[in-house]
Design a protein around this ligand. Structure first.
Ligand code: MG
Length: 398
């Protein structure tokens, strides 16, 4: 049997532990929700696990306060039936794992992999080694790496007292794999304590067979700011920058308001358009599509289609941004220049910036809005209409 067939036969579920409060990595949010290359760490972890066809259900143990952060981090997978609703973790890692196991107990899988939410570089070859070891009869299988640094034993005042033989030592990673029923039983039996930081440690009976499989050097746990800096560099090395340009024009027409940058601005005219005629959002959408090399706004939202009549144009930009995320990319920056004699853009700039950032799913400091007149020259100068030019900068995997 291939490892894939084994995993399928075993019905493997994954429990991702992401209830920690650690903010020492910086960014003001728990580290699993920090952005890494434009996506949250947890979002990357989920993407890596859900891309592995050998894995079945995935459930995440989160802190109850983090539900809004979790919903954002997991939004790209909201439609994936393998991603179960999150469970509320406990006040310790052990309690969070227990909560996740209990949530799966009603329809128990055969095998459970317990994985740290802050190890986003997990890959299918590693999970296959873990599940294969379980198929071969192990009670627990954990990825482990040789220790390469020389190890010293020290006293409380940092005096070195001995060199530790490292040949029999391993640094362990996740995912750690277990037979589900056995791990649930061990966790229930250990409910009186609260100090287990490693699930394999529950398998300490003489008859237990816990095996180490080869870990991955890249499967790092992101904890410190230095870990994040290294991970950012690693991702950047595998990515390319692409830019795209967009241009759009609409003529003024009957009406009393102009949609511009996602904001309705009262004006003595409206605009002639099939949709709401928001030149800024249309130019930005074309710029993002241009960076992707994926046609233009007319290809994705044909004006011939009745359903786009009067459409609010933020959905066009949201759609383009979703195409970037679907390719594991990220929007680095959006810059738009609006050309018109009127209405005045300045007073609405903060609201436009908010609306564009929200539609694109990026931070406001990655959105720039500029405005100019055309010195009364040309169609914009004659107040016959308005125009916008935009540039999008995105990152894509190489
Ligand atoms: Mg247009």
């Amino acid at each position: 049997m291939t490892p894939a067939a084994d995993a399928d036969a075993l019905r493997t579920a994954v429990l991702v532990v992401a209830a920690g409060r650690g903010i020492r990595a910086g960014g003001g949010v728990p580290k699993q929700y920090r952005l890494l290359g434009g996506q949250t760490v947890l979002g990357r972890t989920l993407a890596a696990l859900l891309a592995d066809a050998n894995l079945g259900r995935v459930v995440v143990a989160i802190h109850p306060d983090d539900l809004p952060l979790y919903l954002l981090a997991s939004a790209a997978h909201a439609g994936d039936p393998r991603l179960l609703p999150p469970v509320h973790g406990g006040h310790s890692r052990q309690a969070s794992v227990r909560a996740g196991l209990e949530a799966l107990a009603a329809d128990p899988p055969d095998v459970i992999l317990v994985h740290d939410g802050v190890r986003p570089f997990v890959d299918p070859a590693l999970t296959a080694r873990v599940t294969t070891a379980l198929t071969a009869g192990a009670d627990a299988a954990i990825p482990a790496m040789p220790v390469t640094d020389t190890l010293k034993r020290v006293t409380a005042d940092d005096t070195i007292t001995a060199t530790v033989d490292r040949t029999s030592l391993r640094a362990v990673q996740t995912p750690q794999g277990f037979r589900f029923a056995a791990l649930l039983e061990r966790h229930r039996a250990a409910a009186h304590r609260d100090d287990m930081t490693d699930d394999a440690a529950l398998f300490d009976r003489p008859e237990d067979r816990v095996v180490a499989v080869a870990g991955e050097p890249g499967n790092v746990k992101l904890t410190t700011p230095e870990d994040f800096a290294a991970a950012d560099m690693r991702l950047a090395a595998g990515r390319r920058v692409a830019t795209g340009i967009g241009y759009d024009v609409h003529a003024f027409g009957p009406g009393g308001s102009v949609a511009l940058g996602g904001v309705a601005i009262a004006h003595d005219t409206g605009v002639l358009a099939h949709s709401d005629g928001d030149v800024a959002l249309h130019a930005l959408t074309d710029a993002v599509l241009g960076a992707l090399g994926d046609g233009d706004i007319g290809t994705h939202f044909p004006p011939s289609e009745e359903r786009w009549r009067g459409a609010s144009s933020d959905r066009f930009l949201s759609h383009a941004a979703g195409l970037v995320r679907a390719r594991d990319g990220a929007i680095t920056h959006l810059d738009v220049t609006i050309v018109c004699e009127a209405p005045r853009v300045g007073p609405h700039r903060p609201a436009m910036r908010r609306a564009i950032a929200a539609a694109a799913g990026i931070d406001e400091d990655r959105v720039s809005i500029k405005a100019t007149t055309s010195e009364r020259l040309g169609f914009t100068g004659r107040k016959e209409g308005l125009a916008a030019l935009a540039i999008a900068t995105i990152e894509l995997p190489r």
